[in-house]
Design a binder for this molecule. Structure first.
Ligand SMILES: NC(=O)c1ccc[n+]([C@@H]2O[C@H](COP(=O)([O-])OP(=O)(O)OC[C@H]3O[C@@H](n4cnc5c(N)ncnc54)[C@H](O)[C@@H]3O)[C@@H](O)[C@H]2O)c1
Length: 370
């Protein structure tokens, strides 16, 4: 068992939804955690740009600033760096000298990837190759974030890590390519690696507008819950804290090296189930149905038996627990839109609420190393 105490761990793409939650948990367990992130993909710069027309832009900028506040308050250095830049990434990583590298940077959204394959390739694969090239000489453990999307349409209700991979669309194909590149680096340079396949995550400070978030926001806005398809589609919804605990097990257990793991809740649920849970908290919410996109694969359960056996992974959050916590959290941060005033480049505050000196510094973080 490897102790996390003082273990030097870098998270590339670590100011993202998964990354910052993982960084905080690793730091709490005594690791020396540092984050590298460009902040311009699904992050602060995206939602601060005048091109951004998201209706909830101010709310999301508040969540993104909260992430940076949490990293800073917990003593986790943030290096604001585009990982597509080979030389700068080498310089930053040489300064950190990580023992473990966790690669999360990507355009983490299937629909956006199909709209802009070129940019997705750069953020997902160029970044990966740069980071692998640094890691091949001396990093003790390289952890790559893949996705359940590499399976494509599930051929049965449950897939294992051995199931065939036939991804649909740009995102899944690039994720699978990433897995193969990681394995090739391991074959050629003996780089110890683990590949993680998560699915359908939800949790605090996510701004990606995946199904769980869209359902909750629709209910809070008084709009109908719009289900793509007839509601029978099943996903292995996973609360981010389960995934974070799974990654910690991967780092702690030497026998995770050279392995691929599904890290999910391990039991699929239908969209209808999720909508019903919403209705328990918003009884007046209506449900509507629309056509399902042909590039969205039919999915189901990702078996976590291998992770259970090899690294003692035990998920804790069924939808009834994790999603309910998430709904409560969303209600607690949901603003009265009439009260919202934008403040500075990356800040959201309610009117009448003072911006403290600490808060007013957050905008500066976008241009330097925090
Ligand atoms: N969230 C999910 O449900 C889910 C499911 C399966 C797999 N994944 C994978 O997990 C990883 C993290 O996902 P997430 O949900 O946290 O996504 P996210 O969009 O919240 O985070 C990605 C982070 O990577 C950073 N990034 C992107 N390109 C970069 C670059 N060129 N240089 C530096 N930083 C860059 C972004 O700024 C962002 O902070 C991704 O690889 C994603 O494909 C996520």
């Amino acid at each position: 068992m490897i102790s996390l105490k003082d273990y030097r761990i870098v998270l590339v793409g670590g100011a993202g939804f998964i990354g910052h939650n993982l960084a905080l948990a690793l730091k709490e367990r005594g690791a020396q955690v540092e984050v590298v992130d460009g902040l311009d993909v699904n992050n602060l710069l995206t939602f601060s740009s005048s091109d951004c027309h998201s209706g909830n832009r101010e709310l999301y900028r508040g969540m993104l600033n909260d992430r940076l506040d949490l990293l800073r308050e917990n003593g986790i250095p943030l290096h604001i760096q585009d990982a597509r830049d080979y030389h700068m990434m080498n310089a930053v990583l040489n300064q950190i000298k990580p023992q473990v590298v966790i690669h999360l940077a990507a355009v983490a959204h299937a629909a956006l990837s199909n709209k802009d394959p070129h940019s997705t390739f750069g953020h997902s694969l160029r970044t990966l190759e740069n980071v692998l090239d640094y890691s091949r000489s001396g990093v003790e453990h390289f952890i790559y974030f893949s996705s359940s999307m590499i399976y494509g349409d599930f051929k049965s209700a449950e897939v294992t890590e051995q199931s065939p991979c036939e991804p649909l669309g740009i995102y899944g194909v690039l994720k699978l390519a990433g897995e193969k590149i990681v394995k090739a680096y391991s074959q050629v340079f003996d780089l110890p690696f683990t590949i993680i396949r998560p699915s359908a995550l939800y949790g605090e400070r996510c701004v990606s507008r995946r199904v769980a978030q869209v359902f909750v926001e629709s209910a809070l806005e008084g709009n109908s819950i719009s289900i793509n398809g007839d509601g029978s589609d099943r996903l292995d919804f996973t609360y981010v804290h389960d995934l974070v605990n799974g990654v910690i097990k991967v780092i702690e257990n030497e026998n995770s090296k050279g392995e691929i793991f599904n890290i999910t809740y391990g039991q699929s649920r239908s969209l209808e189930d999720m909508a019903e849970l919403i209705r328990e908290h918003f009884p007046e919410a209506r449900i509507s149905y629309s056509t399902k996109d042909k590039l969205v694969p039919d999915r189901g359960t990702l078996s976590v038996e291998k992770a259970r056996k090899l690294i003692d992974y035990e998920p804790q959050y069924p939808l009834e627990k994790g999603f309910v916590e998430y709904i409560k959290w969303y209600k607690s941060i949901w603003p009265n839109k009439a009260d919202v005033v934008p403040v500075g480049i990356g800040e959201y505050r309610k009117s009448g609420q003072a911006v403290s000196p600490k808060q007013s510094k957050t905008a500066e973080q976008t241009t330097g190393t925090a």
